[in-house]
Design a protein around this ligand. Structure first.
Ligand SMILES: Cc1ncc(COP(=O)(O)O)c(C=O)c1O
Length: 400
């Protein structure tokens, strides 16, 4: 089949591929310790589900305005102001079919052939491919484990060229959990302003930060209006991944362009899901700290467990719900051990086949030598997974 160059430039999301492989094993009855999926294992809070049921019963099942129902656009702005200190009006907000769709839209209207987009690495798998689909060129800036994988303004400035259009800054980060502190974020904003570069903040994990970090948005900084774009989502904060509601905050002209694109593609996000999101934005937030407290316990368990395995190092993630261990010592022989494999992709395959543990290889995030383990799973499953990892990395599987 002759497909377009555009579609051939991108690949299927590697995380989706891992999930599919793990699901295949599970369907054969295999007990998989699954650290693959990047989604909360908690149910959507009751009051949000009820709002959706009410919307169905009230027949709120028609097309809505393309950019989202006005009460939701207003509620998102009010929520963002209250929680994260921004000052947007509804005309500076568009609702779309998830945060990923919002990013896709922003790239589609701002990036074209010849434009460079700076992406700190390790990065979320979709960023480079969305940029490539928009005919842009991703430019990676490495972050270091000793800095908690937090990018520095100086490194961003070094990567800027006359072709740089936009910087994507995802804090807290998937996959590293890295958090950019407010003072550094403001320095990065100053660099972007100086060079006339858009700063797109992906805040999908904003409310999952661990001490000493706090939820923060660069949209709260003075002078951020002209060149800051915020991507947000109800997926993680409210355990609503399947509802597919995300949003963009930005200058009105940009929002108008996003809405024009949606008017010729998805039209509005699902009406029922919009009413559910409206309740998420207006209703009680009490489930959020409960989820965070649970993630904090799991984070401690998984990071300590990984660190106890010889040849593995692991930073404390500042936010989100991923551990990102460095297992590169197992890719070469040493310390009396043979190499386990040549790459983390191979290790992930072996882990799934032999130990029935699902992880995502670092290569997917531009970080060979690392694995990503989502700890959005119960403490019991984390313990079981750690036991299997311990056996696998001690070569017990190979000896058996
Ligand atoms: C960094 C990051 N941004 C955006 C998203 C998009 O989430 P959604 O499209 O479900 O809102 C995800 C989801 O995994 C993510 O990890």
């Amino acid at each position: 089949m002759h497909l377009t160059d555009r579609i051939n430039r991108i690949q299927i999301s590697p995380t989706a591929a891992v999930i599919a492989e793990a699901d295949k094993l599970k369907s054969r009855g295999v007990d998989v310790a699954d650290f693959g999926p990047g989604e909360p294992d908690f149910p959507t809070p009751e009051h949000i589900k009820k709002a959706a049921i009410k919307a169905i019963e009230e027949n709120k099942s028609k097309y809505t305005p393309t950019g989202g129902i006005m009460p939701l656009r207003e509620a998102i702005c009010a929520w963002h102001k209250r929680e994260l200190g921004s000052s947007c009006e509804a005309k500076e907000c568009a609702v779309s079919v998830g945060g990923k769709h919002s990013i896709f839209n922003v790239m589609s209207v701002l990036v074209q052939q010849g434009d460079e987009v700076i992406i700190p690495a390790p990065y979320w798998v979709s960023f480079p491919d969305i940029v490539k689909y928009a005919h842009g060129t991703p430019v990676f800036v490495e972050t270091r484990p000793e800095d908690g994988f937090s990018v520095k303004a100086a490194a961003i400035e070094k990567a800027i060229t006359p072709k740089t259009k936009l910087l994507i800054l995802n804090s807290p980060s998937n996959p590293t959990g890295g958090v950019v502190p407010p003072d550094e974020f403001e320095r990065i904003l100053a660099v972007c302003k100086k060079h006339n570069v858009w700063l797109m903040g992906d805040e999908c994990y904003s409310h999952f930060t661990y001490e000493p970090h706090k939820p923060y948005s660069i949209a709260s900084a003075a002078g951020s209006k002209e060149n800051v774009i915020i991507i947000g989502s109800v997926s993680k904060t409210f355990a609503m991944t399947g509802w597919r509601i995300g949003y963009t905050l930005g200058p009105e002209a940009l929002i108008q362009a996003l809405i024009k694109l949606q008017s010729q593609s998805t039209s509005n996000a699902t009406s029922i899901a919009q009413y559910a999101a409206l309740e998420a934005m207006r209703g009680s937030m009490e489930t959020v700290p409960l989820m965070l407290a649970e993630y904090a316990k799991r984070r401690k368990r998984i990071v300590e467990g990984l660190r106890a395995i010889p040849g593995i190092t692991c930073e404390w993630p500042g936010g989100a719900f991923y551990a990102f261990p460095d297992i590169s010592a197992h890719l070469s022989s040493g310390a009396g051990r043979p190499a386990l494999a040549k790459s983390c992709t191979e290790i992930s395959r072996l882990l799934l086949e032999k130990a029935h543990v699902a992880v995502v290889p670092g290569e997917a995030f531009g970080a060979p030598g690392y694995l990503r383990l989502s700890y959005a799973t119960s403490l019991e499953r984390i313990d079981e997974g750690l036991r299997r990892l311990e056996r696998f990395f001690s070569r017990a599987e190979a000896a058996a």
